[in-house]
Design a protein around this ligand. Structure first.
Ligand SMILES: Cc1cc2nc3c(=O)[nH]c(=O)nc-3n(C[C@H](O)[C@H](O)[C@H](O)COP(=O)(O)O)c2cc1C
Length: 188
């Protein structure tokens, strides 16, 4: 099989769930956001928006509102998370990008997924770890969560399709080797 720098970057990227306190520089964050905006998107309408947060207090407040929404859930597992003192949906990453879009575009989720993958790969190429964070996707319409993300600048007509945690991987938590399922693809 062929290889090159791009392929190596794709294959070596892993989800990072433990971060050091080192912040992602503004310059690197802008590079990652720009790569997201270069992603393919339906009819190139660019209806998406990326809200990047580097403020630790705001991230903690966001997590608190998400936990508040979980606590109201009928799902016991979510209730446990909502009532947990330690649960942090973004793994204490120093930066988080909220990726949102206008849900009236039926491809809104696909656009966001393309942007998120571009951000993951760009971050990895810069030595920055990342992980998809889904919890805001299911809670963004909770009134308290909505009011909070509106205050952060997430457009009011948008749904959240995913978030990108960003930071430097904590070496104390090495990532496991990735094994691929066989039979995922074939050529006719
Ligand atoms: C749509 C989607 C949602 C995900 N949500 C979460 C999440 O909320 N929290 C998390 O830790 N990982 C989440 N992940 C990461 C996956 O668990 C991860 O990509 C998968 O286990 C493969 O591992 P890798 O990314 O290291 O290759 C999500 C991934 C995708 C594509």
């Amino acid at each position: 099989m062929k290889t090159n720098e791009v392929l190596e970057n794709i294959k070596s990227r892993r989800s990072i769930r433990a971060y050091t306190a080192r912040q992602v520089s503004k310059d690197d964050l802008l590079t990652i956001l720009e790569a997201g905006a270069y992603a393919p998107n339906g009819m190139h309408l660019e209806t998406w928006h990326f809200t990047a947060i580097r403020d630790a207090q705001k991230l903690e407040e966001l997590n608190m509102h998400i936990k508040g929404a979980f606590a109201k859930s009928e799902d016991r597992h979510l209730q446990e998370r909502g009532n947990s003192q330690t649960y942090c949906c973004y793994y204490h990453a120093p930066a988080l990008v909220i990726v949102s879009n206008d849900p009236t575009q039926w491809w809104a989720a696909m656009d966001c997924a393309c942007a998120i993958e571009n951000m993951f790969l760009t971050a990895h190429s810069l030595g920055i770890g990342s992980c998809w964070i889904n919890q805001l996707g299911t809670t963004c319409d909770d009134p308290e969560v909505r009011a909070y993300i509106t205050s952060l600048g997430v457009p009011e007509n948008h749904k959240v399709y995913g978030c990108v945690a960003l930071g430097y991987a904590d070496p104390a938590y090495p990532v496991k080797e990735k094994n691929l399922k066989t039979g995922t693809y074939h050529i006719v």
